[in-house]
Design a protein around this ligand. Structure first.
Ligand code: PLP
Length: 248
């Protein structure tokens, strides 16, 4: 994996701390402009391909939530950083079925629950291992063939299965919208996820094992569009390059 080659990369803790501060300022400004505040917004620092030393530098600057995409890479870094006990790991993207047992119960939040077979596998494992795992349902609003996630019309089906899966705790929705460098062009997708969330909140208000109305999370927004996502109500933004610099 490419991250091995980066072990010797020079880490600039000052630059990482400055980038983090800047991202926090931008989140706060976007939240203020939208009439809210940023206290309820979680910044997930996406550290895939970045060495453990970069994570340690961000941690020293106060960052606690980190996102990884590849299970082996995450395991290696988690071992290296085991001395940072209040660090929270987020797993982004598709979780292969044979990796479920390595991850469930060990991370703060799984952002990419994206298919029914995977859901079955996770529910069974969580039940057997008696773990409780917070998860987000990934929605493929644009129904892109290149992306994973349930279609908008299937969201209710997934939510109903999740409500009956005691080891899995649905916390909200996650979106990876069609890629567009122009953040403004992406905005309607963020708005649409928020609309779906609002409808689900009403439909399932009071349902056991689902978030209460008003508590559903929205994980959306990356380095190039997180301010727009915040404007549309993101509760979690997933930011990599704006914090750690480009990935190789
Ligand atoms: C890599 C990744 C990110 C972060 O992307 P940046 O453009 O570096 O901010 C966010 N979300 C997911 C699902 C990712 O895979």
């Amino acid at each position: 994996m490419c991250f091995r080659g980066k072990v010797d990369a020079v880490i600039d803790p000052g630059a990482i701390a400055a980038n983090l501060a800047r991202v926090h300022e931008r989140i706060a400004a976007a939240a203020r402009a939208a009439g809210g505040n940023s206290q309820s917004i979680t910044l997930v620092a996406v550290s895939k391909t970045q060495p453990a030393a970069a994570i340690r530098a961000a941690y020293a600057a106060g960052q606690r939530d980190f996102g990884e995409n590849y299970v082996q890479e995450w395991q290696q870094k988690a071992a290296e950083l085991a001395d940072l006990p209040d660090l929270r790991w987020h797993v982004l993207g598709h979780l292969q079925r044979n990796k479920v047992k390595l991850v469930l119960g060990k991370v703060a939040l799984l952002h990419g629950l994206d298919d029914m077979q995977g859901l079955d596998e996770m529910a069974r494992f969580a039940w057997q291992a008696k773990v409780s795992q917070d998860v987000l349902l990934q929605v493929n609003l644009a129904e892109e063939a290149s992306k994973r996630g349930c279609g908008e019309n299937d969201a209710e089906l997934f939510v109903e299965v999740l409500a009956r899966s005691p080891g899995l705790r649905l916390r909200g929705l996650m979106l990876l919208p069609p890629f567009d460098l122009d953040a403004v062009a992406v905005r309607p997708w963020f708005a649409r996820l928020r609309g779906l969330r609002d409808r689900l909140q009403v439909t399932y208000a009071g349902t056991p094992n689902l978030p209460s109305a008003g508590q559903w999370w929205l994980s959306m927004g990356m380095s190039h569009d997180f301010e727009v996502a915040v404007a549309e109500g993101a509760t979690h933004v997933r930011v990599g390059t704006a914090i750690f610099g480009p990935r190789t």
